[in-house]
Structure formats: structure tokens, C-alpha cells
Design a protein around this ligand. Structure first.
Ligand code: UDP
Length: 375
């Protein structure tokens, strides 16, 4: 066992800040309580994929994420250009830091670049949110997660479905000198985040008051997936549906920068467009919404964590268990189907069934990273 375990965390996009916050907190917590026999040092690389203050800085501030040790400032380009530049810059940092583990999250270009740079340097990769599959390779996220899983030593799955997906692909369960890879179900770090920061949001966020919203009398919507924003017909249909729903009940939509480039808010005048929110305000809107309409991966689960029915405006989802227990309606992008799904979901009770672990995923991840170091 080394004197110190060095972990380099690579993040760059909004959902990764939220996921990484829980693990950083678990690392810091173990260090403070002295629970951790071998001290862990975390070095954070922020690739710069999301760079607006309300898509990045606010999360570091609100969620107490340590300031990144390296800020690569790579964002705003095409997938190929960004990924290539990230690999080069991350490689330079990893050569200098020589970590025991590289920790990557989710399915963005930062995940892919971090996993590739580390694997080529023979540094073991741990992938948080491994095993998710939409089985739709049109999605850039699907390509990123398939490659990241292939390159990872520890594949931290959030659900049983994710484990089963990886079993089908032949991944082993036991990490040995021969297998070099292991699939582990640790639960979902986003559930940890919802529990911990959800409590903090209750005390700190004033968004319900400042926006003069009535609890359970508004719909919260988010749209940002490339398959919707880059397809004018899909985007128009989804937005028209939201505009019609807004004739019945206020619809609040924090506008992602990618979506902002693709639509004219004045074309959908009944919808209340607002700037992207910090996590605490977002959680308060989620908790108080009547229904959430989204194409986000994280927001689908947060709807469930906070007991709110969800309509997903995609053709498939990685979070299939939510559709199976009927708290999430997969509505596609057709206007009438979205409106119908809204009506069928709006009075749906959502009971928590612990589909995503017990809220201790981050500390499980830290334990696995520590224990696996000797294999
Ligand atoms: N989120 C946020 N502010 C917003 C919109 C979303 O804090 O204005 C949070 C949301 O609560 C969730 C995460 O961002 O935790 C989801 O990120 P996103 O939808 O961008 O990505 P995905 O989950 O689809 O990968």
C-alpha cells in the first residue's frame, strides 16, 4: 500500500461537477475523521468544457468542490477538436502528477479524453456511472461511455441494469491481476447529491419566492440533448408542446446555452425562459414542480428522488427502471404524445423505491479505490 493514494479527477461539464462533489466530499470526510488508514490526495482537472459562470463556477461555490488544480480552458469547439486538445493537455498533467487512479464521470468528451489519456499512460481508470446504454449510437454520449467503459479498470455502476448491460458485454466482476477490470454496483452518486444538497437547498434557495411560483402548480422543463437541439423539427415539436401546456399551467424552463443558440424564445411566448440555475435553486424547482418535462439524464432521476412525475422527451432512456415503475413516461418528440403524457402523469404518485442505492455511493467508491490499489 502506498503512503498516499493519489487520485486525479477529470471533470468539465455541469452534471460532472454535481457527481464529483459527492466523491470529493467523501474523500475529504474520510481524511478528516481519520477513517482512512491511507491518506488520499485528490487533484482536480477542469477541462473547461462548460465555462459560463452559471454552468460551472456556481457549482464549485455552492457544492464546496475544491478549486480545480488545473483549468485547461478547452471548450466551445467541435467534438473532435475539443477531445483532441483535451487528450493532449490531460496527458501532460498526468505525466507530471503520476496518479494511482484517474477518476472520470458520466459520458462527455471530458470523460472520453480523460480515459484515453490515462489508459495510454497505463494509469488505471475508474469510471463513475459505468454501464449505461441507450443503444442509440447517434448520441455522442453513447460513444463516449462505451469507450470509457472499455478503458476502465473499475466500472462503478449506478443500477442493476447498468451491471447487466456490462455483463452482456462480457465484463468481469472480480478485479484480479488477470482480469484487470471489475464491474461494481455502488448505487448512484446523484442520489447522494440529492439527499445531501437537497437538504441544503431547502434552507438556502429562495427561488420559489423570487419567481412567485406556487408549489405543485408549475411544470419544470429542461431541453439540451443534441438529438433534440440539433434537429429543428424535434425541437420545434417539443417547444410547441411546452407552449401549449403553458396555457394550462406555468412552464419554467432554465435555458441551456446549447439550446439558446437553437431557438427563439419569442416563438414560444407562454413558456417562462430563465437562465441556467445553480444546483440549489434547481433542486428547489424540482421538489416543488407538479411535473418535470426533460431530456436530461440527471433530471429524470432527480424527479424520482424528489417524488415528482416525469415526462422524458426522448425515444429511449438509459434509466429504464423509472419507465418500468411508471414514474417516467417516455414521450418521444411528437407534440400530441408529449401533451398526452403530461396529462397522464400530472396526478401520478411517485414513491421512492430505492432504485439507486442507499445514498452512500460516494463512500463506497472511495473504499473500492483504496482497496483495489494493491491488485
Ligand atoms: N441542473 C442545474 N441547473 C439547471 C439545469 C440542470 O443545476 O439549470 C442540474 C440538474 O439538477 C442535474 C444536472 O444539472 O443535476 C443535469 O445536468 P444536464 O441536464 O446538463 O446533463 P445530463 O444529466 O443530461 O447529462
Amino acid at each position: 500500500m502506498p503512503d498516499t493514494i493519489n487520485i486525479t479527477t477529470i471533470i468539465g461539464a455541469r452534471p460532472q461537477f454535481i457527481k464529483a462533489a459527492t466523491v470529493s466530499r467523501a474523500i475529504a470526510g474520510q481524511a478528516q475523521t481519520g477513517q482512512q488508514a491511507t491518506p488520499i490526495k485528490e487533484t482536480i482537472i477542469h477541462t473547461g468544457q462548460h465555462f459560463d459562470a452559471n454552468m460551472s463556477e456556481v457549482f464549485f461555490r455552492e457544492l464546496d468542490i475544491p478549486k480545480p488544480d488545473y483549468n485547461l480552458g478547452i471548450g466551445g469547439g467541435s467534438h473532435g477538436r475539443n477531445t483532441g486538445r483535451m487528450i493532449e493537455a490531460i496527458e501532460a498533467v498526468l505525466v507530471k502528477e503520476q496518479p494511482d487512479w484517474v477518476l472520470v464521470y458520466g459520458d462527455t468528451d471530458s470523460t472520453l479524453a480523460g480515459a484515453l489519456a490515462a489508459a495510454k499512460l497505463h494509469i488505471p481508470v475508474a469510471h463513475v456511472e459505468a454501464g449505461l446504454r441507450s443503444y442509440n449510437r447517434i448520441m455522442p454520449e453513447e460513444i463516449n461511455r462505451i469507450v470509457a467503459d472499455q478503458l476502465s479498470t473499475l466500472l462503478f455502476c449506478p443500477t442493476r441494469t447498468a451491471v447487466a448491460n456490462l455483463e452482456k458485454e462480457g465484463f468481469p466482476h472480480q478485479l484480479t491481476a488477470r482480469t484487470r477490470q471489475a464491474v461494481v454496483n455502488v448505487g448512484d452518486v446523484m442520489y447522494d447529491a440529492a439527499l445531501y444538497y437537497g437538504g441544503r437547498a431547502q434552507g438556502k434557495s429562495r427561488i420559489i419566492q423570487t419567481r412567485a411560483l406556487t408549489p405543485k402548480a408549475f411544470v419544470l422543463a429542461t431541453i439540451h440533448r443534441a438529438e433534440n437541439t440539433d434537429n429543428p423539427e424535434r425541437l420545434h415539436n417539443i417547444m410547441t408542446a411546452l407552449n401549449q401546456i403553458a396555457a394550462e399551467i406555468p412552464v419554467v424552463l432554465p435555458l441551456h446555452p446549447r439550446t439558446k443558440q437553437k431557438l427563439v424564445p419569442a416563438d414560444f411566448p407562454a413558456v417562462t425562459f430563465i437562465d441556467p440555475l445553480g444546483y440549489l435553486d434547481m433542486v428547489m424547482l424540482e421538489k416543488n414542480a407538479q411535473v418535470i418535462v426533460t431530456d436530461s439524464g440527471g433530471v429524470q432521476k432527480e424527479a424520482y428522488f424528489h417524488g415528482v412525475p416525469c415526462v422524458t422527451v426522448r425515444d429511449e432512456t438509459e434509466w429504464v427502471e423509472l419507465v418500468e415503475v411508471r414514474v417516467n413516461a417516455l414521450a418521444g418528440s411528437k407534440k400530441d404524445e408529449i401533451i398526452q403524457s403530461y396529462h397522464s402523469m400530472k396526478n401520478k404518485p411517485v414513491e421512492a423505491k430505492l432504485l439507486y442505492g442507499n445514498g452512500d455511493s460516494a463512500s463506497k467508491i472511495v473504499s473500492f479505490l483504496t482497496e483495489s490499489i494493491t491488485v
